[in-house]
Design a protein around this ligand. Structure first.
Ligand SMILES: Nc1ncnc2c1ncn2[C@@H]1O[C@H](COP(=O)(O)OP(=O)(O)OP(=O)(O)O)[C@@H](O)[C@H]1O
Length: 208
């Protein structure tokens, strides 16, 4: 579950953002639409605890993440928040499987090879487990990015423009996949985008 209240943030004094309150239950989805520059990524980074608000709260389950120390927040994020970045972020010297195992180890949950295999199979990229980043297509990189966000079974999945570089067919498939995976792990899903194509796939959406 994710709940925000009266979130305000400014990179400087000139431009202050005030975000709408959101409340998403387990297995709930929210699509956040908005034109370029309105603050979508900023909002997502506040939800992920990557930025600290000037005021307001972000509750994930019972925890107000705005009150955690940096160290506790890093640990909390690793265990409970999965972020699908627009561009896949992984270590190219390692294989897909090694990258996912590393994410598990760094988050302190312990390595679970079966979970890694399972998530790769569900995302239809199991045959790429031994491949390195440079040898993957854009669509495959996108799926690895989703696998990386989901490998620790997060309570909240935050996706930053997950479909912007995809064609119509893959765009629909990735959105469905995110919703399906969120349902599978009882997670709350927040997707931010300026991609109007996916608006109809979400019954719950707001515009910034
Ligand atoms: N690190 C930063 N320092 C200062 N200003 C920033 C920083 N990051 C973003 N901004 C500014 O904050 C505003 C909102 O940026 P943000 O990336 O949140 O928008 P967005 O809606 O996600 O845009 P886009 O759809 O183009 O990615 C922009 O005017 C941007 O220039």
């Amino acid at each position: 579950m994710i709940l925000t209240k009266e979130l305000c943030f400014g990179y400087d004094r000139e431009q202050q953002f005030r975000f709408p309150d959101i409340a998403i239950e387990k297995k709930g989805h929210l699509l956040i639409l908005g034109d370029s520059g309105v603050g979508k990524t900023t909002f997502l980074h506040l939800l992920a605890g990557l930025l600290t608000p000037d005021s307001g709260t972000v509750n994930i389950g019972e925890t107000d993440i705005t009150r955690l120390s940096h160290r506790k927040l890093d640990k909390f994020r690793g265990r409970h928040i999965g972020i699908v970045f627009q561009k896949a972020r992984f270590i190219h010297a390692l294989t897909v499987e090694e990258n996912l195992l590393l994410i598990q180890r760094l988050s302190g949950v312990g390595q679970d090879r079966l979970r890694v295999r399972d998530i790769l199979e569900r995302l239809n990229i199991a045959e790429k487990a031994g491949a390195r980043g440079a040898n993957l297509s854009e669509g495959q990189k996108q799926r690895v990015s989703i696998a990386a966000a989901l490998v620790n079974n997060p309570n909240v999945i935050l996706a930053d423009e997950p479909t912007s570089s995809l064609d119509d067919k893959n765009c629909m498939a990735v959105t469905e996949l995110l919703k399906e995976q969120a349902g599978h792990t009882n997670a709350s899903l927040v997707v931010i985008t300026h991609d109007q194509r996916i608006a109809s796939q979400f019954s719950n959406n707001i515009r910034l």
